[in-house]
Design a protein around this ligand. Structure first.
Ligand code: SAH
Length: 345
């Protein structure tokens, strides 16, 4: 594990598949994250603003065709209110994530972004609104949004088709990532681990795609089955493979912001802590209104209590210190970010 540049497919395959490498991968990954980001763990307040979605991804619990979900949509004012509440709790990044809810227009998002930025000059806004036109992305960026999370989900075209209905384009999603990058967003890609029909070769393709894209953020988590979806009977993804992949990503992307995701915390009680030790450096506690947290049900048994809840930031801070890290209080941009030009490399 000496030469960490240009790791070949064969080595990657071994590391992805064989758990005997997990410990050494984590040691190497932790060393790299400490060299680049020190012991900092960045926190983001996650506002799940709507579970209404026009899409019907086969894996996702809030897919349009799932009639069993109780749908909700926060108002523009409620969303801004959550940001105010989160700011007082100490959050300096807000992530607005939702289904692809056409009830929200560009102007609604622009108002939310501008109002939050007018209130607080020291916060970053991350959007996760799915695939939109380049013009729309541009407007959102010009309004002041800083980052955009859009997992590619898979870099294999046939696999993409197996996970999504015909109406969702493989090329469009990839195009959207390049558009976001070009516009200037700190962009985030990623994929689920062990999504149905995924092979190791496909994961390697995902890694190669990410190497081309050079994202500021990479989000991965285990696939978790969700009732009332076409994939409800597929098994959950591997916890240990997810940890190995977090380490591999840290080794290949030293500067990346990598979250220990809610999905990882859902599959194992210690999942997020172990994710951090494996090389992750971001946590995204839930800042949605308490009465809707359960309804944003991408998968079954989603964790949103305890330290997964934004209100428990102090407790989270203690927990993080116990495992040798420290909660950062700043916006937590990617380390190569230039605030003046709004670019990173
Ligand atoms: N509408 C936005 C947000 C999607 S939800 C978008 O299209 O980007 C955020 C992420 O949750 C998805 O990108 C997907 O990778 C993940 N996700 C969805 N269903 C999941 C499941 N059943 N198990 C694990 N992760 C899931």
């Amino acid at each position: 594990m000496n030469n960490i540049k240009n790791i070949g497919d064969k080595t990657l395959k071994k590391w992805i598949e064989d758990d005997k490498y997990r410990k050494n991968l984590a040691i190497k990954a932790d060393q790299i994250r400490r060299e680049v980001y020190g012991d900092k763990v960045f926190v983001r307040g996650l506002i799940e603003f709507s579970n209404i979605c026009k899409n019907s991804c086969y894996y996702c619990g809030i897919r349009a065709e799932n009639t069993k979900v109780k749908r909700y949509r926060l108002s523009v004012d409620e969303i801004i209110q959550r940001a105010r509440f989160g700011y007082d709790l100490g959050f300096r990044t807000f992530v607005l994530q939702g289904g692809e809810d056409i009830g929200f227009r560009d102007d609604d998002f622009i108002k939310i972004i501008k109002d939050i930025k007018d209130l607080y000059s020291d916060v970053a806004i991350t959007l996760s609104l799915g695939v939109r036109s380049k013009e729309s992305y541009k407007k959102l960026f010009e309004a002041g949004a800083d980052r955009y999370l859009l997992r590619q989900e898979t870099s294999d075209k046939d696999h993409y088709r197996a996970l999504h209905p015909e109406s969702m384009g493989f090329e469009q999603r990839r195009r959207a990532l390049w558009d976001l990058k070009e516009i200037g967003f700190q962009v985030g890609g990623g994929f689920m681990v062990d999504s149905p029909y995924q092979t190791t070769e496909m994961i390697i393709k995902d890694i190669r795609f990410l190497q081309e894209l050079n994202p500021a953020m990479i989000g991965i988590g285990p696939f978790l089955s969700s009732k009332n979806t076409p994939f409800s009977s597929f098994p959950n993804g591997s916890y240990t493979k997810t940890l190995r992949l977090i380490s591999i990503l840290r080794i290949l992307f030293p500067k990346a912001l990598i979250p220990a995701t809610t999905a990882l915390g859902t599959i194992r009680p210690q999942g997020r802590e172990e994710g951090l030790k494996a090389g992750a450096n971001v946590l995204m506690p839930n800042l949605s209104p308490k009465d809707v947290r359960g309804a944003y049900s991408l998968y079954d048994n989603k964790l949103y209590t305890g330290t997964e809840s934004a209100e428990e930031r102090d407790l989270l801070s203690e927990k993080i210190e116990k495992i040798g890290y420290r909660l950062a209080v700043d916006r937590g941009d990617v380390i190569s970010y230039n605030k003046k030009t709004r670019r990173y490399d």
